[in-house]
Design a protein around this ligand. Structure first.
Ligand code: SER
Length: 316
């Protein structure tokens, strides 16, 4: 077992609960501390290893914890996502940036071996070419979430260049999972739709039927994150976040995939403010750079993911 002591900040979120479980199989349960702002641990984090209550924006408390617990690696997952961010931009900027900037300083001063911080396809905007969007292209985000992620990528690159900090990052597409719920994103419909299909046999989608977005099943996202973090340092040749791609579909296409299992399933459409956010994002992503640098490969496509989601959510 590898000798590291890992802290996951924002562990109670959609990515965190699954990432903590995966990290614990690598480093041992006691060597991975899950932390979140919530007093009560997420059910998937309960009684499975150490849990701490930490506010991602409280740099002093985080530094104190890292020193006291001899933490060597940190995954910072706490963030306000795209849709929630638009409701209170100042708060989203504050939480997303303060948490990162303070952690980067702590990481250099306390000599952490590695830091992970997630970015997003939200860094791209309406001036970016929308099909097979490249790693390096026009990047002019229009949501506060996207602005914070792009600024964060630049800061990660800066800390790497200036102080040699080993900080790594991925631009996640929409993430689909059954173990935990997403929180406030534009791609959340692709999770809700499975729950509603099983519960009510119908779903009203907040995006229009032909809105294509890049998506990924959580199993792939967790494996990709760990592979990136485990890759030998010389393979990591960009310190901006890596484009990662698995599939791209529209609400109409995911509905058709669900109908393969639930023939009576129906969908209708009532686009809201999130449509405009989606319209500014890529329809599909080119991830050649990640495939070349550290051998990234996805496993789940829409059909396989749909079968797995429905099986697990229905408890079959
Ligand atoms: N899933 C995220 C969102 O929709 C994208 O990073 O905000």
């Amino acid at each position: 077992m590898k000798k590291e002591k890992v802290l996951v900040i924002g562990a109670g979120g959609q990515i965190g609960v699954e990432l903590v479980a995966a990290l614990r199989t690598i480093y041992g349960a006691d060597n991975v501390v899950a932390s979140d702002i919530r007093q009560e641990a997420h059910p998937m984090l309960k009684d499975r290893g150490p849990y701490a209550v930490l506010d991602a924006t409280n740099g002093a408390a985080i530094r104190e914890f890292i020193v006291r617990e001899r933490i060597t690696q940190v995954y910072l997952l706490a963030a306000v996502l795209s849709a929630t961010g638009e409701k209170d931009p100042a708060r989203a900027w504050d939480i997303n940036m303060q948490s990162l900037l303070q952690l980067l300083d702590i990481a250099v001063q306390e000599k952490l071996t590695k830091v992970y911080w997630p970015s997003s396809i939200a860094v791209f905007g309406p001036t970016t070419p929308r099909d097979n969007t490249m790693q390096e292209t026009v990047i002019e985000p229009r949501t506060v979430y996207g602005i914070s992620k792009y600024a964060g990528e630049l800061w990660c690159q800066y800390y790497h260049q200036r102080w040699g900090l080993d900080v790594r990052s991925i631009r996640y597409p929409g993430l689909i999972s059954w173990k935990s719920a997403p929180g406030g994103g534009t791609t959340d419909y692709a999770v809700e739709i499975y729950h509603e299909a099983l519960k009510n046999g119908r779903y009203t989608c907040f995006l229009a039927e032909d809105t294509y977005l890049p998506m990924m099943y959580m199993d792939d996202a967790i494996r990709g994150t760990i592979e990136l973090m485990e890759a030998p340092v010389e393979k990591i040749q960009t310190r901006m976040a890596y484009n990662l791609s698995a599939m791209s579909f529209s609400p109409a296409e995911i509905a058709a995939a669900i109908r393969e299992h639930i023939p009576s399933f129906t969908i209708d459409y009532a686009p809201d403010f999130r449509q405009q956010i989606a319209n500014g994002w890529p329809r599909s992503i080119d991830d050649t750079t990640a495939r070349q640098h550290w051998n990234w490969k996805h496993e789940f496509d829409l059909a396989r993911m749909t079968a797995d989601m429905l099986k697990n959510l229905s408890g079959k």
